[in-house]
Each structure stands twice: as structure tokens, then as C-alpha cells.
Write a protein that binds this ligand. Structure first.
Ligand code: PGA
Length: 254
């Protein structure tokens, strides 16, 4: 995590939280963030759609960013159940996660579709948090680098910039399992991602783009992961649901 990339700690709440849970979590984080005189990290929370607006109000003026967990490729129209990037932006979001492995698996999302979602997000003025990562079978077969390269080139829109794009490397087998790759393995993949980004968007944007690690990040392992040269923060699931754990992860950047 070199000095020129400001670490980003992003919480992916997934399909968790009634209104009261979400609000107390958001309020607890807002309180801590407001007490920080000069935070050295950016923090974003991505609640389920039902809570985005209320959480937005709870974190207003705290400096914490707001994000959605998915968006449609179109701006509006006949797409029952979907939410557009413009709608997210309209209620105060600055970010949206696209291509999370759970959406790739549960909803058959492809690289091409993820790229279109990321492009829609960028066009709406959001920063797209684009998720990529190999399955356990792919890792065991020695295909990690190939999979990551293919997903990256397939999912990142042309003309992406350091300002409107964040990459989250999330090995599927590490999500919610308590298992993580070794530090060397994480750094190796992140360096590859930066190298591939350099080819795709040029050196300056590649150097400025934050590449997050995700998959069982918790207070106990965050510091060493975030200290890796090409790791610029984390996309955190389970541990983002408890204010003290999520905050402790953010404090690993200090
Ligand atoms: P986890 O999830 O932190 O619970 O492993 C991370 C993610 O899916 O974004």
C-alpha cells in the first residue's frame, strides 16, 4: 500500500440486516468516523437496497461513502426488480459493487454483463467496485492467473480510470470460509492485476487504481494483508456487520 493510493475499506453487507440492525451499525461507524480528525483511509458501506437510503441518512456528514451491491446495465425501463446506477446515484451512492462472485454464481453473471454494469455505473458518476477471483478448483488446477486475467480484461470497461474504478480480488474459496491465500499469493495476484491494468488503461490510471483484497478479511489478518505493496484495502463481508470489527480493520491502515 504505497502512499499515493489512499486505502479503501469497503463493507459488503450482502443480504443482511433489518432496518434497526442496519441503522445501528451505520450510526456506530458514523460516530467513530466523525471522531477521526484526519482519517488516512476511505470507508464505504454497501447495505442491501432496502437500507441504502436510511443508511445514507445515518452516515450523512461522516465522510463514509455509500454504495449499492449491484446495478442494472440500463438507466431505466421494463426491468422488474432491478435498480439502475442512476437510481443509486440519485439516493446518494458514490459506489456500486459489480460482478461479485455470488452474483456470478447465483444469477449467471458473465464478464460481458459485468463490464456493461460497470460502464453503466461509471456513466452515472459512480465508482464501480469490480469483483474478480478464482474458484478453488481453478486454483488447484493452477489456473488462477489465467482466470484473473480473463475476468479482468472481460469485466473492466475501456476508458476506466483510477477515479471511477476499484478492483476487488476475491478468491471465491476464501469468501466466508475463514480461509485466505498466503500473503505471497495475494501479492502475486494483485501485482498481476496492476500489470494487466497498466496494459488496459495505462500506467497512470493503473498506478492510481485501488485493488482491494476480499475473502475472510478480519481484524486479525487485515494489517498484514493491507501492508502488501499492491493491496489497497479490503472488501469485507462478514466482518463488516460488526462495527467494532469493521472499524478495527480500518484501523489497520493507520
Ligand atoms: P467475507 O466476504 O469477508 O465474508 O469473506 C467478502 C465478500 O464476499 O465480499
Amino acid at each position: 500500500m504505497p502512499n499515493d493510493r489512499r486505502p479503501l475499506i469497503a463493507g459488503n453487507w450482502k443480504m443482511n440486516g433489518q432496518k434497526s440492525d442496519g441503522l445501528s451499525l451505520a450510526e456506530a461507524l458514523a460516530q467513530r468516523m466523525k471522531a477521526e480528525s484526519d482519517p488516512v483511509f476511505d470507508m464505504v458501506v454497501c447495505p442491501p437496497f432496502t437500507l441504502v437510503a436510511d443508511v445514507g441518512n445515518a452516515i450523512a456528514d461522516s465522510g463514509i461513502g455509500l454504495g449499492g451491491q449491484d446495478c442494472h446495465t440500463a438507466e431505466n425501463g421494463a426491468h422488474t426488480g432491478d435498480i439502475s446506477a442512476t437510481m443509486l446515484s440519485d439516493i446518494g451512492c458514490g459506489f456500486v459493487i459489480v460482478g461479485h462472485s455470488e452474483r456470478r454464481t447465483d444469477h449467471g453473471e458473465t464478464d460481458l454483463g459485468v463490464k456493461a454494469k460497470a460502464a453503466a455505473a461509471q456513466a452515472a458518476g459512480l465508482c464501480a467496485i469490480i469483483c474478480i477471483g478464482e474458484t478453488e478448483a481453478e486454483r488447484d488446477a493452477g489456473q488462477t492467473f489465467d482466470v484473473v486475467k480473463t475476468q479482468l480484461s472481460g469485466s473492466v470497461p475501456d476508458g476506466s480510470t483510477a477515479a471511477n474504478t476499484v478492483i476487488a480480488y476475491e478468491p471465491v474459496w476464501a469468501i466466508g470460509t475463514g480461509r485466505t491465500p498466503s500473503l505471497e499469493e495475494v501479492q502475486e495476484v494483485h501485482a498481476l492485476i496492476r500489470e494487466e491494468l497498466t496494459k488496459a488503461v495505462g500506467e497512470s490510471h493503473a498506478n492510481g487504481t485501488r485493488v482491494l483484497y476480499g475473502g475472510s478479511m478480519k481484524p486479525e489478518n487485515a494489517r498484514e494483508l493491507i501492508a502488501l505493496e499492491d493491496v489497497d484495502g479490503g472488501l469485507i463481508g462478514g466482518a463488516s456487520l460488526k462495527a467494532e470489527d469493521f472499524w478495527a480493520i480500518a484501523q489497520s491502515c493507520v
